[in-house]
Design a protein. Sequence first.
Length: 287
Amino acid sequence: MTVDERRSELKKIIMDTKTLPTLPGVINKLNALSNDDKSSVQEMARIVSADQVLSARILRLANSPSYGFYRVSTISNAMILLGVNVVKSLALSSSIFEIMEKNSVGLWEHSLGTATAAGIIARKLVLPEVEEITTAGLLHDIGKVIIGLKCAEQMPEIRRRIKLDQMYTSEAEREVLDTDHAEVGGWLSKSWFLPDKLSEPIACHHNVKASEDHRIKSSVVHLADILIKASGFGDSGDPFVPSIQQLAWDTLKLNEQLLTEIVAELEDKLVEVKNFSLELQVADAAF
C-alpha cells in the first residue's frame, strides 16, 4: 500500500462519524439552523438549552479565564456575546473534551492554556474576532484526541518514538501514520462544517506557511501553543518546545518587548486557568 493509499484509508477511518462520540444530535440541528438565514439566536439557544449537561459545559467554558467573560448566565447570552460559530465550536469541544478529560487531563489543560494564551495575544495585538481565535486555540489539538480514539493500536509506537527518538508528537505521528494531529484536526473540523477561520488555524498551527486565508489566526495559535509548552502548563504529549516560526513572528509584527509583556500576563492568568480546570473536573465528577 502506498503512502497516499494509507493516508486515504486513515482519513476514511477518522471521518467515519458513525463511530465518533462527538456529534450529539444538537450539533447537527445547530448546523442546520446556522445555515438558515431566517433562524434566530433564540431558536438556536433553545436547542442547546434542551441538553442540560451540554449547556452547563458551554456556560462554564464561556465563563472560563480563556474567554475573559465573567457574566454569561444563559445560552442565549453566550450566543450573543460569543457568536453562533463560537458556541457551535464550544458545543463540539465540550463533547470531545469530555473524553479528553477522562483520558488525559494534561492534554485538556494544555488546550485550555493555549486558548488562554491565544486570547491574551489577540487582545494585546488588538486583533478582531478574539473569541474565534480563543476557540481555535481550545480546539487546536483536537486531532490528538481523534488519533488516540481511532488509532489506539499505533499509539504505543508513537509514544515510543517520542520518548526514545526525542521526536515532537507531530513528527512521530507522521512516521507512524503518514499524517499528524494538525492535519487530522483539519479534516475533522471540515467534516463538522466549522468555518475556515477555525479549521485553518487548527490545521496549520505547526506550519503557518500552509495557511492561506487566516494566517494571522494561525500565527496566534502557533505562538500560543509554543508559549504554553514553554510554560510547562498541561501536557501536549511531548516535552519539547519548538522555535517560533519566523513567518508567524513577522505576520504578527512581534518584538521582544511585546513578547515579554504577553508572557508576563499569561503567567498570571495560568493560575486562574489551573483553578478553573480543577473546578471543572470536580463539577464533571458530580454529573
